[in-house]
Ligand binder design. Structure first.
Ligand code: NAD
Length: 261
């Protein structure tokens, strides 16, 4: 329970990678603040499960992170409840796919606000508490798209590249404060979001399940294996350890070789 008495805020933790990170951090004793959208009853079940596993407290914030006021309220609530956020996992993110000359302006604004600017706001608001305690871990879920581009993903690629730049800057500014700031950059991760695309793609393209997985989804991923949410969470957990203190300003690729090409 090496995270006992630490508090972790994980944005976008009602599903997927964020939920796995919240579970992993709680299992090592951290208080957890969950955030994201979803069915209130299901979220309450998750919150209670996570609280029970941690031996500490778990709270839930329904803050919409495209709103600066909502982020500020969430960070105030976190400070009121726990004094400070020790571990900040900026993970909430969305995608939209369209050619740049047809990219809906509101989708551009949404993706930049959520996938990039929200991390700036949570970081600027968490840092004073981390500095006061002389310890902090900032972990940003970037993507293989923080290292390489794909067509039709201009906003996502721009936001994820920007997130890496923000992370490097924060790492330099906090280098002597006991705080580290890093990105984890997964390739394709096996989430329900990915799984749900398979039947439609099979039908639309007349392909088998295996063809959709290997030739469409995993076309760029040399291992032909999806990254799992548990693998990403284990990496986040490692970054919280004292042994990981020298990792700062890093962008950790866990993409089955995608960006080695
Ligand atoms: P997901 O859809 O399962 O999770 C996204 C989370 O963000 C959910 O909890 C959702 O409720 C929350 N969210 C969405 N809009 C929000 C808003 N406005 N305010 C607050 N919360 C909001 O997706 P995931 O695959 O677990 O993605 C998590 C992160 O991992 C994202 O940043 C994504 O870009 C990144 N990522 C995913 C993959 C992948 O293949 N799944 C690969 C690389 C990077």
């Amino acid at each position: 329970m090496f995270l006992k008495d630490k508090t972790a805020l994980v944005t976008g933790s009602t599903s997927g990678i964020g939920l796995a990170c919240a579970r992993a951090l709680a299992a090592k004793g951290a208080n957890v603040i969950l955030n994201g959208f979803g069915d209130p009853a299901e979220i309450e079940t998750l919150r209670a499960e996570i609280e029970a596993s941690s031996g500490g407290k778990a709270l839930y914030s329904n803050a919409d992170l495209t709103s600066i006021a909502a982020i500020e309220a969430m960070m105030r609530d976190a400070a009121d409840a726990f004094g400070a956020v020790d571990i900040l996992v900026n993970n909430a993110g969305v995608q939209h796919v369209a050619p740049v000359d047809q990219f809906p302006i509101e989708k551009w604004d949404l993706i930049i606000a959520l996938n990039l600017s929200a991390a700036f706001h949570t970081i600027r608001l968490a840092l004073p508490g981390m500095k006061a305690r002389g310890w902090g871990r900032i972990i940003n879920t970037a993507s293989a798209h923080s290292r390489v581009a794909s067509p039709n993903k201009s906003a996502y690629v721009a936001a994820k590249h920007g997130l890496v730049g923000l992370t490097k800057t924060v790492a330099l500014e906090t280098a002597q404060s006991g705080i580290t700031a890093n990105c984890i950059s997964p390739g394709y991760v096996w989430t329900s979001l990915v799984e749900n695309q398979i039947p439609d793609t099979m039908k639309a393209r007349g392909l088998t399940r295996e063809q959709v997985m290997n030739d469409v989804l995993l076309a760029a991923q040399p291992t032909k294996q999806f990254v799992t949410v548990e693998q990403v969470a284990a990496t986040a957990l490692f970054l919280c350890r004292d042994e990981a203190a020298a990792f700062t300003g890093a962008n950790l690729a866990m993409d089955g070789g995608w960006t080695a090409q």
